[in-house]
Write a protein that binds this ligand. Sequence first.
Ligand code: BGC
Length: 750
Amino acid sequence: MKRIHIYIITILGLLISCKKETSVKTNNALENKVSELLTKMTLEEKIGQLNLRGTSSRVKGSLPEELKQAVREGKVGAFLNVMNKQYVDELQQIATTESPNKIPLIFARDVIHGFKTIFPIPLGMAASWDADVAKSSSRVAAIEASSFGVRWTFAPMLDIARDARWGRIAESPGEDPYLASILGKAYVEGFQGDSLNDPTSLIACAKHFIGYGAAIGGRDYNTAIINKELLQNVYLPPFKAAFKAGSQTVMTAFNEMNGIPASGDKYLLQDILRKQIGFDGFVVSDWNSVTEMIPHGFAKDEKHAAKIGINAGLNMEMTSQSYEKYVKELLQEGKITENQINSLVADILRVKFRMGLFENSKRAQDDSGKLYTENHLQLAKEAAIKSSVLLKNEGNLLPLNKNKKIVIIGPLANKPREQLGTWTFDGDKTHTKTPVTTFQQNNVDFTFVEGLTFSRDIAENQFQKAINAAKQSDFIIFIGGEEAILSGEAHSRANINLPGKQEKLIKELAKIGKPIVLVIMAGRPITITNIIKDVDAVLMTWHPGTMGGPAIYDMIFGNEEPQGRLPVTWPKVAGQLPLFYNHKNTGRPASSKEFVHINDIPIGAWQSSLGNTSHYLDAGFTPHFPFGYGLGYTTFEYTNLTLSSNVLTNANTLKISVDIKNTGNRKGNEIVQLYVQDVVGSITRPVKELKKFKKISLEAGEQQTVTFELEVNDLKYYNNKMEYGVEQGDFNIWIGKNAANGLKETFKYE
Ligand code: BGC
C-alpha cells in the first residue's frame, strides 16, 4: 500500500491546524500605525479607502471639480488611469493636505509589458524562459511609469493559459505552472524593486485570481470549471510565487469558478488566499467585476453585490461604486460588520504605509531622462531576441546573406503601433523601430511591398506588385501575423490562422520558387498548417515591442540567433484546443501504432473497428510544435544522462547530469529542460511535468555537462484530499530540448 507523506495544508474544514505558506512578518510598529489611523477615521473615510476610482486617460482641460471634491472628503482610496502628471500632483496634494486624515492616494495603471519602452508581450517574454529578462523588463517599466506618478501596476498576469483561442493568452505566462512561477516572481521583483518605498517602486498586482485562463472554449470572461487538485497544482503556483516574492496586491478575475464569481468567492479570498497562502496585502476587484456579479446571476442588485464582495473579503472595488453607495446601509442593517470594514481598510493602509506614502507621496519630478533611454531600448531589444522562437529553418536558410537581393512583403513589416501588441496605452509609436525602418537605417539593399495593408486585409490589388518584386529578389521575407487589436482582452478568435488573405499571398509567392522567411508577429500561436510547406523558415517574434525591428534585423542576418522556446503547445488546428503538454494519460493513450487517419478509414467501416485511442481522426494527437520547442542557428547533441542514484529518499538529493555538445559550426544557446512523470498516484498524474531548466551557451564544438538537482520538494503535489506530498513509487525522468523529446531514465521514491 502506498504511504502518503502528508504535509497537510489545511483547507476548508481543517482550518484550525492551518500552516500558512507565505511567511508573514508581523511588524508591530506597522500594525500599530494602521490601528491608530483607523481609530481616527470616520466611516465615510473608511469606505473611501475601499474605492478605486477610474478615470479616462483622455480627460482634457482642467481636473474635474467632482474628483477633487471626492478626494477632499476622503472618498477615494486610489485612482486608475490618471495619466496627466499635473492631475496626479494636484490630487495627491489635496489628499495629503486637505482630506480628513490626509491619507495618500495610490495611482494605478496597466503597465503590462513596458510603459513607454515596450517589451515583447508577456507570452513572448515567457518564451525567453529567462527570469533576468522578465525582471529587467518590469524594472524598466517601473522606472518609466513612476515618473508619471504611477505607483501600482496591474501586473503580472499569471493566468495559466492552455487555449490559444483566448485573446488574453497574449498577456499570460503560458501553459506551465513551473515556468509561470519563475516568471511571476521575477516580474514582482522587478516592479517592486529593492524597497517598496523607493519612489520608482510600483506595487505589483498578481492577476486574475483565479482560473481566468480556463474560460470555456477560450471565450473571454467565460465560465471556468476547475477541481481542487488542478487549482492547487496548476493554477495557484504562479500566484503563490508572486506572493512569496512580495506582491502587495491581487486582482479578482471576471470569471466564475465552479459556479461562484471570483469577486464574491469567500473560499478563494479567505480560505485559500488569506488562510492557506497567508497573503497580507489587499485584493482589488477587476473593472466593475463586483457589480458584474449581477449578470452572472449571483447578486440580485448592486447592494447585494456589495454585501457579497465585503463578506468574501474583497478590499477595493474597481470603478463600479457599490461599496460607496451601500456599505453604510448594509452596516445599519447588520448585514456586514464594522469589524469587517476595519479589517478590509487595514489591509489597504498597511500597503500604503509600506510604500512610504505617508512620508513621501510626491511624484519624482524630473522624468524626461527616464524614458526610452539607451539602456531601456537595449534591454527591450535583447528581450525581443530572447523571446523569438525559430520554428522552422529548412536547409539552414537563416541567417540570410546580407548581400543578396531581398524583398520584404507583408502587412506587419512597417507597422509601428501594431508590433507593440496589446495593453500598450503609453507606448509611443513614433519611438518604435520596425523591420523596414531598421533595414533602411542599416543600408540593406531591399525592396518593400506591403502586399496587404493590414493583417485582416482581403484586397488583392497589391498582389501583382508583390509578386513582381519577389521575382527580382533572391529571398522573400514575409512579415505578417495579427494586428495588436486581434489579441488581448475580449479578443478571442475561433480560427487562429493568419487572418485576411495572408495565406493566399504567401501561396502566390511560393509559386515563384524563391526561399521564403515567414516572420510572425502575433499575440498567440498561429496555426500555419496550410502554409508550412510553402515557406522555408518561420520565425515567431510575438508582438516584439519597441525594438522589434532591430531584433529581427539582427536575427535575420545572424548577428544574434533567436533564443526563445515555446511557452505553450502550438496546435496544428484550432480544433485541437485546449492543448497542453502536461495532460493526463487517459486509459487509452494515443499512439502512432493505433492511430488511423480519417482518409484511411475503409468506406462502410464497422463501428469501433479502428484505433480506439484518444486522438482526432483528422488532426491526430500531436501538436504542430511541442511545448519547449525552438531552433537556433546551431545544433546540440544530448548524451550520457546519468542519475547519482536510482532511489530518491527524503534524505538525499538526486544529481542528474547530461552531456550537451554544440555540434554545429557557430556559437549557440540552448535551454536544457528536465521533465518528470510520477507513474502511479492516488490521483492520476500528468504525462510529463517541467521541473527544472537551464540556459547554456556553447561555442562550436564545445561540450558541457549540465547538472540538475532534484529533491523531494520538487515532486510534491496535492491529491484530491488536499494532502500535499509525494507518494512512494516509480518516476520517469527526461532531459531534452522540449516536451516531446529527451533522454529517459527512471528512479524510485522510497
Ligand atoms: C482587465 C484587467 C485590467 C483592468 C484595468 C480589466 O478589463 O481585465 O486586467 O487590469 O481592466 O484596466
